[in-house]
Design a protein around this ligand. Structure first.
Ligand code: GLY
Length: 355
């Protein structure tokens, strides 16, 4: 049964040590995406419509590692991955290693609704995009100067994906806004720590007025990854999970660790067993940190509308809308701002969606 005003949305812009020059743009990006998703549901859209709309907006924002702004493989190519899942029937669609899409999440949705499959990859996914008329761009239009600069830096210092993302064990604070210890990186990696090291993944979860949940996640992966690498983001249960009986989760962080921990599914299982969204997220991230030394974050919404945005990296820009208020933070420990939707600046209002 639809419940007026019940819908909730939460968005992340990637768990990583976002450098200060990108803070404002990252927060603006997640706030815009959360507001867009909320407006979609306000207009009667479903949770699936909402999470797709939010992720599309972030894929088009070059500040994030997804769509335009994706980081580059060791071959200098873009390989986008995305997942979308509906909690009403557990239907899921995903794409991996797509080469020239601005909006991989929209192709993932087509995989979910128009094929009998759950995941298409590489040339097959690109061909499916062509057959569906999904907009394909010259890859140059997806690559930013920052992505090129990061690849050059990573090559210079021969930094591996593992050494950048995996860390020694640390602590996790007790509240829902977990902030981990600073990355403990090798000396060569410290030189990468400024000013703009890699960012990671975007995602959204939503609960609509009919009580359905959904998640969507999209990423360009990790700078200097081998061509063909698939991280957690397009894998159901790792990059996201949605089940009306529990809630929805979208994850971010070190893909290989998230895969080992099946982080998103672990969170929803905890929700099923009665944990709060904050406790469920914290438990899973603590497990991943202590078990495999991996850091990351997630946004969580339970089927009752409980929200959490925990992370164990230095930062993870997040925003959510609930009870007609916009909440945001994630750049400094325990940061949490709130503003009534009626007071949100018009400049933060997303421009009208194309019909
Ligand atoms: N979390 C994104 C990736 O590891 O590819």
């Amino acid at each position: 049964m639809a419940v007026e005003g019940r819908h909730v949305v939460a968005v992340h812009g990637g768990a990583w040590d976002i450098p200060e020059p990108l803070w404002e743009a990252s927060l603006t990006g997640v706030k815009l995406a959360a507001l867009r998703a909320f407006e979609v549901m306000d207009a009667g859209g479903s949770a699936v419509d909402a999470v797709e709309a939010a992720v599309v907006l972030m894929e088009e924002d070059p500040v994030f590692d997804a769509g335009r702004g994706s980081v580059l493989t060791s071959a200098g190519t873009v390989e986008g991955c995305a997942l979308i899942m509906s909690g009403s029937d557990l239907s899921t669609g995903a794409v991996a290693c797509v080469s020239n899409l601005l909006n991989p999440v929209s192709l993932a949705r087509r995989v979910m609704t128009k094929t009998p499959h759950a995941l298409l990859s590489g040339a097959g996914a690109d061909a499916f995009a062509r057959s569906e008329g999904v907009q394909q761009l010259p890859v140059e239009e997806l690559i930013t100067e920052e992505a090129r600069r990061q690849l050059a830096l990573y090559r210079k210092y021969r930094t591996t994906v593992t050494s950048l993302f995996n860390t020694e064990s640390g602590t996790v604070s007790a509240n829902g806004d977990i902030t981990g210890q600073p990355q403990q990186v090798a000396q060569q990696d410290k030189q990468l720590a400024s000013p703009q090291q890699g960012h990671d993944t975007v995602g959204c979860v939503a609960l609509d007025a009919d009580g359905h949940v959904a998640c969507a996640t999209s990423t360009g992966g990790i700078t200097n990854q081998l061509p063909g690498r698939v991280g957690d983001s397009p894998l159901v249960g790792c990059g996201g999970y949605a089940d009306d009986a529990a809630g929805a989760v979208s994850t971010t962080g070190h893909g290989e660790s998230l895969m080992k921990a099946c982080l998103a599914h672990r969170v929803t299982q905890s929700l099923r067993h009665g944990l709060s969204a904050a406790a469920a997220g914290r438990e899973a991230l603590t497990y991943m940190l202590t078990r495999v030394g991996g850091r990351g974050g997630c946004v969580v919404v339970s089927s009752s509308g409980d929200v959490a945005t925990p992370y164990t990296t230095a930062r993870m820009p997040w925003a959510y809308v609930r009870d007609r208020a916009l909440h945001w933070g994630g750049l400094v420990p325990c940061q949490h701002f709130t503003e009534a939707l009626s007071h949100v600046s018009p400049s933060l209002r997303p421009s009208p969606q194309p019909q």
